[in-house]
Design a protein around this ligand. Sequence first.
Ligand SMILES: NC(=O)c1ccc[n+]([C@@H]2O[C@H](COP(=O)([O-])OP(=O)(O)OC[C@H]3O[C@@H](n4cnc5c(N)ncnc54)[C@H](OP(=O)(O)O)[C@@H]3O)[C@@H](O)[C@H]2O)c1
Length: 344
Amino acid sequence: MGFKVAVVGATGNVGREMLNILAEREFPADEVVAIASRKSQGVEVTFGDKTLKVKALEHYDFSATDICLMSAGSSVSKEWSPKIAAQGAVVIDNSSCWRYDADVPLIVPEVNADAVASFRKRGIIANPNCSTAQLVVALKPLHDKARIKRVVVATYQSVSGAGKEAMEELFDQTKAVYTLGEIETKTFPKRIAFNLIPHIDVFMEDGYTKEEWKMVAETKKILDPKIKLTATCVRVPVFIGHSEAVNVEFEEPITVDEAHEILRTAPGCLVVDKHEPGGYVTPLECVGEDATYISRVREDTTVENGLTFWCVSDNLRKGAALNAVQIAECLINRKLISAKQKAA
Ligand SMILES: NC(=O)c1ccc[n+]([C@@H]2O[C@H](COP(=O)([O-])OP(=O)(O)OC[C@H]3O[C@@H](n4cnc5c(N)ncnc54)[C@H](OP(=O)(O)O)[C@@H]3O)[C@@H](O)[C@H]2O)c1
């Protein structure tokens, strides 16, 4: 008998992708339930070749649920994740609410799968921020080889990272530019169409944004607390796919050829790096794909052991839904959970 899986936030960007990925990967579920807010009750969402009717979170009983994939934002997670975990379901949460809690493992399976075993304290496992997930997938094999000292990263983050309303805003603004209509800004602080915005999430006291802070804190928690990292996070008018320009300083020497060879066999990584027009990956090409693509690997001769590279991934998949489903698979493969119906 298989597992009972609930997807909370099933009408959102990430939730819909979770349903797609559960179906694509033939996740061992006997039942998948789609859940969202009360306003979406009865709305139909696609799960493989089936259609699911959305249920309202506030009336749902999780006592028969084994795994809850949660992607309904921080405030919903703060209130609901502990309640759902108390009913015996393991919560895998996509929001930033639990990521920095010492009793909640923050997992990218290619990087720190072993840490998942500590989920029982709260019954919650956190998924990292989308820009961190792809970064640590690329950094981990390089760190194993030459020990990373310092990382400088600039992100080029798509609007889907800010939810479905943000995607509509880019679409509406783009249309308005061509039709000379009124350009409305709602989700973003400035116009995003034919522009870019060096500001994601709220400002912190030191002038960094919370998105930038998250990359620092999460890389330390997932990969190595000794790694120094500084980030500049930028929203760009791309619908799906986050890109990153990454500069890394290592303890030990590492050549471009060695980095290519390591990354070519590293889990979750795909290298596309030809020194010719189009010999690299752009966000458009990573949509619907699972890999973290690495291109433009170069030596940085301004430091002793330095490399620079370009990294692209589908933020709704590796940055969110795919990573969450991989965590659930990890729990099952390591026999850390068993189906309640089977156990009964
Ligand atoms: N997008 C990314 O790249 C990404 C990456 C990593 C993490 N995340 C995180 O994942 C979460 C979801 O992001 P998203 O991009 O999918 O957002 P989204 O497209 O705006 O969808 C939000 C989802 O949450 C549901 N929801 C909102 N309030 C609710 C409530 N009170 N009760 C139950 N469900 C509620 C919505 O349901 P209704 O349709 O009924 O309102 C919808 O299904 C966020 O925490 C985000 O930070 C996103």
